[in-house]
Write a protein that binds this ligand. Structure first.
Ligand SMILES: Nc1ncnc2c1ncn2[C@@H]1O[C@H](COP(=O)(O)OP(=O)(O)OP(=O)(O)O)[C@@H](O)[C@H]1O
Ligand SMILES: [Mg+2]
Length: 249
């Protein structure tokens, strides 16, 4: 059984509305994949399904060949420890310093303070934020907050890292810094799955792409294959025109 995260024929609906329909996806270990799609198509929902935070109506999610729906709570916690997510908003705790944000889960897990401090410094240095350890999130720029959230996700040394819109709302330098961190993580052998509607970020960091449209995964392949793919939704996404104006919802 190949190592990775697998979605098999996954369907998920809320209040009778199908958000994810019959989606198959395989994120092979070591790969850096991006799921692209317009706003509101269900990208964040896919990440929540992968983590087992919500349950599909049908289909299954497996991590390294183990179906997460079949795991006990204890086993699920263990599997989840190997997967980190950097949520769309970053979601740092405002009342904690950056250092406390990065280290609190390790402290909660009973790791010795000295060791936690070492890990916190190492992860902050990895994202270029070693000087912010005693600052509060409100004192950081948007791009710094995103990187602090990445450092926090890295504290548990995950094998898989899921990124939800990691560069949305950042200026070009902020985008560059976050993309750089994601590429460094891949170079370290981490498996990365990003969901975004930001094409530039996706092309900057990923080797494989999936495209979601109307709840279905309509494409998977390389950048070149996507650029050549003949589907109106993908063409519009890649090259919006005047006809796209107000076309959605
Ligand atoms: N708990 C929920 N209750 C009702 N509707 C929901 C819920 N979660 C998601 N949805 C709906 O599911 C759809 C997909 O949401 P999701 O957040 O996954 O989209 P997205 O692709 O991540 O969007 P964005 O690019 O704006 O972040 C949306 O239409 C949203 O309104
Ligand atoms: Mg989202």
């Amino acid at each position: 059984m190949p190592q990775g995260i697998r979605l098999d024929n996954l369907t998920y609906s809320v209040d009778g509305r199908t958000i994810i329909q019959e989606v198959d996806l395989f994120v092979a270990k070591g790969v850096n994949r991006t799921i692209l799609g317009a706003s509101g198509v269900g990208k964040t929902t896919i990440l929540k399904l992968m983590l087992g935070l919500i349950k599909p109506d049908s289909g299954k999610v497996s991590i390294d060949g183990r179906r997460i729906g079949a795991l006990s709570d204890g086993e699920l916690i263990k599997v989840r420890r190997r997967i980190a997510i950097v949520f769309q908003g970053g979601a740092l705790f405002d009342s904690m310093t950056v250092g406390e944000n990065v280290g609190y889960r390790l402290l909660e897990a009973g790791r010795p303070e000295g060791e936690v401090e070492r890990v916190v410094r190492e992860k902050l240095s990895f994202v270029g934020l070693e000087d912010t350890i005693n600052r509060y999130p409100a004192q950081l720029s948007g791009g710094m907050k995103k990187r602090a959230a990445i450092a926090r996700a890295l504290a548990s040394d995950p094998e898989y890292i899921l990124f939800d819109e990691p560069t949305t709302g950042l200026d070009p330098i902020g985008v560059y810094n976050v993309c750089n961190v994601i590429r460094l993580l891949q170079a370290e052998g981490k498996t990365i799955l990003m969901v975004t509607h930001d094409l530039e970020t996706a092309f900057n960091v990923s080797d494989r792409f999936s495209f979601i449209h109307k709840a279905r995964m309509i494409f998977e392949g390389t950048r070149e294959e996507m650029l050549a793919f003949d589907h109106p939704a993908i063409r519009e996404f890649l090259h919006p025109t005047d006809e796209s104006l107000f076309a959605r919802q």
